[in-house]
Design a binder for this molecule. Structure first.
Ligand SMILES: [Zn+2]
Length: 138
């Protein structure tokens, strides 16, 4: 009676299609969605018992989960082949203190922007003109 159901088994389809490896997975998903739609339809028409409906729905959802898992696995596999996996972790970026936190006089670095250098007492400023002044005074 559930003649509309076409179960798609992994063995029915090639593992990897030459053109797009995702194509057969997309086709399987499309078929599952279609079966789910049909199932809903039949159920609304009272052609299916609650049990049949629930059981079939669970089966289809399981199949869908399998296809999605296969998709994820394939993505990882392809990434490894094409080298599109994330690049190896880089060394942590060196945090360069903003200019205004570096004393133009002595080069001392401070975590906070200060008006005057805590080391030599010279004015700390990102303003290029003032920095120039400070350099002249030296
Ligand atoms: Zn200083």
């Amino acid at each position: 009676m559930v003649g509309f159901l076409v179960f798609i088994r992994p063995s029915d389809l090639p593992k990897v299609a030459p053109v797009s490896p995702f194509r057969h997975l997309d086709e399987r998903k499309a078929a599952i969605y279609e079966n789910l739609r049909d199932l809903q339809f039949e159920y609304r028409l009272d052609k299916l018992s609650d049990d049949d409906y629930a059981a079939t729905k669970v089966e289809l959802q399981k199949e869908l989960a399998r296809v999605r898992a296969e998709e994820d696995r394939l993505k990882v596999e392809l990434g490894q082949i094409t080298g599109k996996t994330p690049p190896p972790p880089r060394a942590p970026e060196v945090v360069v203190a903003p200019k205004q936190n570096v004393c133009p006089g002595c080069g001392a670095r401070f975590e906070k922007a200060l008006k005057f250098c805590g080391e030599c007492g010279k004015p700390m400023s990102a303003d290029p003109e003032k920095k120039h002044d400070a350099e002249i005074k030296q």
